[in-house]
Design a binder for this molecule. Sequence first.
Ligand SMILES: [Zn+2]
Length: 355
Amino acid sequence: MSSDIAIIDGHNDTLTRIFVDQGGGIGAFLHGNGKGDLDLPRARRGNLAAGFFALFIRTQHPHPNSEPKREADGGWTSQPPSIDYEWATQETARLLDCLDELLQNATDDLRLCRTINDLHCSVTDDRLGIILHIEGCEMISPDLRELQGLYARGLRSLGPVWSRPNAFGTGIRFGWPSSNDVGPGLSPAGKNLIRKCNEMGILVDLSHLNYRGFVDVAQISTAPLVATHCGCHALCASARNLTDGQLRLIAESGGVVGCNFFTGDLRGDGRFDADMPLTRLAEHIEHLVEVMGDQHVALGSDFDGADMCEEMADAACLPALITLLRSRGWDEAALIRVCHGNWLRVIEQTWESNF
Ligand SMILES: [Zn+2]
């Protein structure tokens, strides 16, 4: 009974894990290699029907010690450095080729979702749906000339920034405890990017954007507002989390928040510690429901991009969350909305309407 509801998930960094960080590539995804949080076998066990797969460009020369320095009270901040257009472009081309090869090797098992119909098919059949997302648009010029080509390759969702500044805006630096009102809003190019995405039917992700950038998107965008992977600032004062005021703006727009599973954004003590009960994730999901209503809440795990708790060690554990929510009194209709219904509605409005 617990694994019957198909899940659409708002964010993973699996492409980065298998093609950049740990390697293993296509084989690691299709057959699993015991590493990471998400691969095809575990997606099947977890009843994952589709997910936003991020194309994320790492810093060219990563700092060997990226663990943030903590203050005596446990507080910390971390601002990743900007990256070059040339590096981002080169890596994007490479990763898109890797993704194409993966898709060609698994036509019976995977589906690149270009239309809402593709996504509906993945919810009902056995082919895992891949929604191609860009997390940080450093490979896009301020005149947006690359956007059409990326759309042709399957891009249907983008976050203008990751947690670093770029030509479009300022990503919220990581930190706890911290407000997200740090740094300026979108640049003129950033504002044009939002308009162009509305026009083309590309979903704009508010995750990683600072407060002023968030407000700019809320004012400009004519599509429902979306944060694919964020938690609740009221429960954990991480700079990456959304305040209740931001959640209300998203709900008023008809949008959705995918609840992040990252322990550092859920626990409330600023630590990245897997020793966290799954009930803590349920508390964030229920706070989102309390503030926005269950028609605006979804899942956004951040598998392969963040530290998970022990009970949600990987995608195969997703049914445990459904079981937990049922035990907390959730009805089936609300569970279906949160597991996939809300994503289907908002994605359809975003992709298929001309705003
Ligand atoms: Zn992220």
